[in-house]
Design a protein around this ligand. Sequence first.
Ligand SMILES: [Zn+2]
Length: 103
Amino acid sequence: MIGLFMALALIAAVAAVGARRWRKARWARQQPGTSIYAPVIVSGFDEIDAAIANRVCWCEGTYAESGETSRNIGQRRFRIVRLVCNQCEREQLMYFDVTAVFH
Ligand SMILES: [Zn+2]
């Protein structure tokens, strides 16, 4: 009987962790600039710095830039910034549409 109770408690705990992880993953995907198909559109490079400064990791840590690269798709220009969380060291790419900067 106690064994059954413990098994149920364990299942509930695992489900709770899974649900939390899923919610966090969904939250992370909904942040602006997480894919090249949903970039943050900027009109100046200073806006990129501001967006990075305002970005918060799901552990509530702040991000530091660890590298960046450029990419063109047709007429559109993108800057892809690699971010690393200062607390949990999670890496994250952030996509910016910088087309307007060059016009
Ligand atoms: Zn973090």
